[in-house]
Design a protein around this ligand. Structure first.
Ligand code: PEP
Ligand code: MN
Length: 357
């Protein structure tokens, strides 16, 4: 007798479970429809006031046996699940997100031949900062011997101390352009502020947004309107998600040609200037169709480990590598400890060329 009573009660619970399941999914469909209307209206999906009203109404209608606290906790979990669903749908719409395995952004430079993101391994190199014509010319001559096409022409230096070398400004860009033209190279240079776009556009082939400006959304939006491709560096403490959203600012503002650079992140480790997040490079390659380049200079802060880092960069599946090279590193105006001597640069190139991945 009691056995069949147990069976009967259990089957009633089973029916209710299925009803709850059905209702939960109906609720999710409604929440998602609300999300679509809100997206059209340009408002955000999460409305804390509405959530609080719903919780109050539930408390008022709660006849027990569950306590108000339990009911609130259960419903908060339901609200959270709906939010997560919305976030997943929103992510799928992100432009920089990889949609298929073949999805890739290939960036072609003005010669129509040099490409980034096509499966080749591109080198971006040059001194930390432009210091003189002679310094740029001797460096470019060396890079040119190894077929490097993209030359650093940095003239605005975002230094930690305002008393450190701040860069040559426009006269430095003139030098960089002259030298690049002499060797058939392209200039990339860091921009600090949207007000510099028009001046810099006369000199640079690729704009560069540095780590400290990765979350400067106004600058990122302005980069959406320039014709040149954009190099975007990962912020000092930025997550990969924040990094990709920064790239999204540029792409959604109209410029699809973004190159991501991993440059190391801040950790507790002191042996290197930053910690190169090579796992992050693999994740970026998986999650996004944008080209990814590894900066082996700022991630290390030292030149004696350039060789293994270069090998790791290539083996990671990245689209290229960024390394600083200077004719006389110890007397460089900035980043003297990490810039490579010419012979070290050639050793890096040998290692990269020999490594088949
Ligand atoms: C640079 O590469 O010139 C530079 C300043 O690096 P970061 O922005 O990564 O510090
Ligand atoms: Mn530097």
């Amino acid at each position: 007798m009691s056995d069949s009573r147990l069976q009967e009660l259990r089957s009633q619970v089973d029916v209710i479970n299925l009803q709850i399941l059905d209702l939960l999914n109906k609720r999710a469909d409604l929440a998602s429809a609300i999300g679509k209307v809100q997206a059209e209206m340009g408002t955000s999906f999460y409305d804390p006031q509405r959530e609080s009203q719903m919780l109050t109404a539930l408390e008022q209608n709660n006849k027990g046996p569950f306590s108000n606290e339990t009911i609130k906790a259960l419903f908060k979990e339901i609200f959270r699940a709906s939010m997560a669903l919305e976030e997943k749908e929103a992510k799928a719409k992100i432009l920089v997100q990889r949609k298929t395995a073949e999805d890739r952004t290939i960036i072609t430079l003005p010669d129509g031949v040099t490409k980034i993101g096509d499966g080749s391994f591109q080198l971006i190199s040059g001194p930390c900062a432009v210091e003189s014509y002679e310094q740029m010319d001797s460096t470019a001559a060396e890079l040119n011997k190894r077929g490097v096409k993209i030359l650093r022409g940095m003239v605005f230096k975002p230094r930690t101390s305002p008393y450190d070398y701040q860069g040559m400004g426009e006269p430095g860009l003139k030098i960089a352009r002259q030298v690049a033209d002499k060797y058939g190279m392209f200039i990339t240079s860091e921009i600090m502020d949207a007000s510099q776009i028009s001046m810099m556009s006369d000199y640079v082939d690729i704009f560069w947004v540095g780590a400290r400006n990765m979350q400067n959304s106004f600058l990122l939006k302005a980069m959406g309107n320039v014709r040149q491709p954009i190099i975007l560096k990962r912020g000092l403490s930025a997550t990969l998600e924040e990094f990709l959203y920064a790239a999204e600012y540029i792409v959604s503002s109209g410029n699809p040609n973004v190159i991501l650079i991993e440059r190391g992140i801040r950790t507790f480790e002191k042996a290197t200037r930053n910690t190169l997040d090579i796992g992050g490079v693999a994740v970026l390659k998986l999650d996004s169709h944008l080209p990814v380049v590894v900066d082996i200079s700022h991630s290390a802060g030292r030149r004696d480990i350039a060789l293994p880092l270069a090998r790791v960069a290539k083996a990671s599946g990245a689209d290229g590598l960024m390394v600083e090279v200077h004719p006389n590193p110890p007397v460089a105006m900035s980043d003297a400890k990490q810039q490579l001597y010419f012979n070290q640069f050639h050793a890096v190139m040998d290692a990269v060329e020999q490594l088949n991945v």
